[in-house]
Design a protein around this ligand. Structure first.
Ligand code: NAP
Length: 482
């Protein structure tokens, strides 16, 4: 809750509590614009949240699914009704342009409504035993207390797609949003609180990953951790969870390939690559960062993509004319610029990628295209997470597929082609969790599974009906007539 004296506080056990310290939430489009002071908690706040969740769990785990449905449905309705206002906040704290920010808020509302319905559809199996006179019942129960750790780049959608299923299936939640973008998670907390989520069932603990996040991962009474973020943090969390035998789910980075074949329709391929590579300032785990293009279409594709890229308007995320907002902060901007310099060192021809001074203190960069690259370059192995894409020229479909799969990541992969044969082969042979045909690698639905393979993901899938796997424990009961 916003208190003029304390700023935006944590929600623990149904109470809005200060954390001692606060952190300024800064607008990356204009760093003189401070959105507010947000709590920055210590590890003791996690202990308090776990105590509150433990007290709330027995009643919530056995609560009527109607109650869970009604709360989640009301939160979903509120997010949808307030999508413009919340989208504005999202644009202000993360730098996503207004249309994308409102779209992300809409998606968060839809996610809550989807899982409101799922709360009423927790099905089990009843089947005969192989032994006469015995029934076998397979049922699902809540996992218990789940810790949700989220990144800055989807500050409302990711907290929503973890929180909603966790609550729908009867778990108690401790959410730690990214320190850079706590505002949207705070909106979710306020809505849950206002719509009657019982004290302790949902707790918001804002603060640093190295304190709050670490305390959640190591806390003996948190049963499961769902994490989205970088590979380095994910690996660290997985090791700790393995040692403590906690259930864990990781969604991490990507180096997503987009293949463009000679037979592609340029009017489809260029917008798909433009969107996938540069929209949301390239700050999407599903961004198309490697454009793998066959020889016959390469020059025409590069000419048109470069022309459209150079016409993109970079600016303040809240200006309706802006197509590419700022980078999220100074550290990420410097990292992007270092990769642009690396691209030159590695022998790529670099179009764009300059630091922009738009007469305001924001973190602006022009989109960058790296031409004449090969898949072994560091710019094509490491996730950049900025508005930067590489073009890799290949001879044919087989070479394109081999390059697409030659990466430690496996989140999303796309192909632009008019050949059903190649589209089908690509769908079957891509070593990823999500395949797009004649669509950007980014941009997914809320009601179907999301996630990857290889170094991109670990554990059960998120979203859609598949979310039940992570947020429930299966019980098998054998029942004989007494
Ligand atoms: P990050 O630095 O790993 O942070 C993610 C979250 O983990 C933040 O809340 C962070 O806290 C917290 N954290 C940091 N250190 C921790 C620790 N030792 N223990 C527990 N928690 C800790 O990632 P990011 O920079 O926010 O996000 C960008 C990354 O997310 C990219 O690699 C991107 O690909 C990935 N991503 C993946 C998906 C997907 O679904 N696959 C979706 C979106 C983003 P702080 O707030 O203090 O940093």
């Amino acid at each position: 809750m916003k208190d003029t004296q304390d700023g935006f506080t944590n929600l623990i056990g149904g109470e809005w509590v200060t954390a001692g310290a606060t952190r300024a939430n800064i607008n990356p489009s204009d760093t003189s614009d401070v959105i507010g002071q947000y709590a920055s908690a210590e590890a003791t706040a996690v202990d308090a949240a776990v105590d509150a969740a433990k007290a709330a769990l027995p009643a919530w785990a056995e609560a009527s699914p109607q109650l869970r449905h009604d709360i989640l449905d009301a939160v979903g309705s509120e997010l949808l009704a307030r999508k413009d206002e919340i989208g504005h906040l999202l644009a202000r704290e993360e730098g996503k342009i207004l249309a994308e920010a409102i779209g992300e808020t809409t998606r968060a509302g839809q996610v809550f409504k989807f899982f409101a319905g799922e709360a009423l559809r927790v099905a089990g199996d009843l089947q005969p035993s192989v032994r006469p006179g015995i029934d076998v019942a397979v049922t699902r129960e809540p996992v218990g207390i789940v810790g949700l750790i989220t990144p800055w780049n989807f500050p409302i959608a990711i907290p929503a797609w973890k929180t909603a299923p966790a609550l729908a299936y009867g778990n108690c939640v401790i959410l730690k949003p990214a320190d850079l973008t706590p505002g949207c998670a705070h909106v979710i907390a306020e809505a849950l609180h206002r719509h009657g989520c019982p004290p302790g069932v949902f707790n918001l603990v804002m603060g640093r990953g190295s304190t709050v996040g670490e305390a959640m991962v190591t806390h003996p009474d948190i049963d499961a951790i769902s994490f989205t973020g970088s590979v380095a943090t994910g690996h660290r969390i997985a090791e700790t969870c393995g040692r403590l035998r906690k259930k864990v789910q990781l969604e991490m980075g990507g180096k997503n390939p987009m293949v463009v074949l000679d037979d592609a329709d340029l009017s489809v391929a260029v917008p798909a690559c433009l969107n996938g590579t540069f929209f949301s300032t390239g700050q999407r785990c599903t961004a198309s960062s490697r454009l793998i293009v066959t020889e016959g279409i390469h020059d025409a594709f590069v000419d048109e993509l470069t022309r459209q890229m150079q016409a993109l308007t970079v600016g303040d995320a809240r200006d309706p004319a802006t197509q590419i907002g700022p980078v999220v902060d100074a550290k990420q901007l410097q990292s992007n610029l270092d990769y642009v310099a690396l691209a030159r060192q590695e022998g790529a021809e670099v179009m764009g990628g300059d630091r922009l001074d738009l007469n305001k203190d924001g973190f602006y960069q022009s989109p960058a295209l790296f031409l004449g690259t090969t898949n072994d370059m560091r710019i094509n192995r490491e996730e950049i997470f900025g508005p930067c894409g590489s073009v890799i020229k290949v001879t044919d479909f087989d070479a394109a597929l081999a390059v697409a799969n030659d990466t430690e990541f496996g989140l999303s992969a796309g192909i632009c082609t008019t050949s059903l044969k190649h589209a089908s082969a690509f769908r079957r042979r891509s070593q990823v969790g999500m395949v797009m045909v004649n669509l950007p690698t980014a941009g997914v639905d809320y009601h179907v599974p999301f996630g990857g393979r290889k170094g991109s993901s670990y554990g059960a899938r998120e979203q859609g009906r598949y979310a039940v796997e992570f947020y429930t424990a299966v019980k098998t009961a054998y029942i004989a007539a007494g």
